[in-house]
Design a protein around this ligand. Structure first.
Ligand code: 13P
Length: 254
């Protein structure tokens, strides 16, 4: 999944999709591809994908955030209803940049998650610790707290599947990806937690993406780590060729 963050304009977004279709190999139905453009570019990207005619059912578009309310006096905010109406099927909830730069606390993240699920959007819930917490060896309790509060008001037993993204903050945009020893235990922890709180189908019904400095060179090694079901890619998703190269590395392993 590619999170464009605050990048691109209309023409570069549309030409990206055209270029990506030319470069990307067929995934054989095994890998879902989702792009997360800025809000105003969601609909043009959806249209460009529909016009592309190649495995469009595997190629979806999502929003990088949403407000928890359905509508109302929230100047500048965008509701789940609105993003759905322009063709988004997915939404990132609780990205660390929303948490640290825009004040989304655990309670807000929980309210957004609840709203996304009620609206039939597929949420990608981001969790991950800052460096001082990792250095103090407290990353597991930190992430568990994020998980607990995100699902505080949600009936987990009603969820048939769910997608998490483990994104350690110190690995985002730094060029320093987390290693197997750091990723594997955390993905195991998240899966065990999901199973314990009763997701339908247990821990196997959840997908856990890794995010943080994923690029074409490290993608295959990272995808090889037990419990890594995919990636949430930032910087390396901004160019169609490097996003396609990451996909290539994943197809190579499937
Ligand atoms: P980078 O891939 O640029 O490190 O960003 C990761 C991320 O935050 C994706 O949501």
């Amino acid at each position: 999944m590619g999170n464009w963050k605050m990048n691109k304009d209309l023409s570069s977004a549309v030409s990206y999709v055209e270029e990506f279709f030319k470069l990307a190999r067929d995934t054989g139905g095994k890998i879902d591809i989702v792009l997360f453009p800025p809000f105003p570019l969601i609909h043009p990207v959806v249209e460009a994908i529909r016009g592309g005619a190649r495995w469009t059912d595997l190629f979806a578009v999502g929003a990088q955030d949403m407000h928890f309310a359905e509508k109302g006096a929230y100047t500048g905010a965008v509701s789940g209803i609105c993003i759905k109406s322009v063709g988004a099927t997915h939404v990132i909830i609780g990205h660390s940049e929303r948490r640290t730069l825009f004040g989304d606390d655990n309670k807000t993240v929980g309210a957004k998650l609840k709203s996304a699920l009620e609206m039939g959007l597929v949420p990608v819930l981001c969790v991950g610790e800052p460096l001082d917490i990792r250095d103090a060896g407290r990353e597991e309790e930190y992430v568990i707290r994020q998980l607990k509060s995100a699902f505080d008001k949600i009936e987990t037993r009603s969820l048939r599947s769910f997608t998490f993204a483990y994104e350690p903050i110190w690995a985002i945009g730094t060029g320093r990806n987390a290693t197997r020893d750091e990723i594997e235990p955390m993905h195991n922890l998240i899966r065990k937690w999901a199973s314990k709180v009763g997701f339908q189908g247990g821990g196997d019904s959840v997908r856990i993406l890794y995010g943080g400095s994923v690029n074409p060179d490290n993608a295959r090694e990272l995808y090889d780590i037990d419990g890594v079901d995919g990636f949430l890619v930032g910087g390396a998703s901004l160019e169609a060729y490097s996003f396609a190269a990451i996909l290539d590395a994943m197809i190579g392993k499937e």
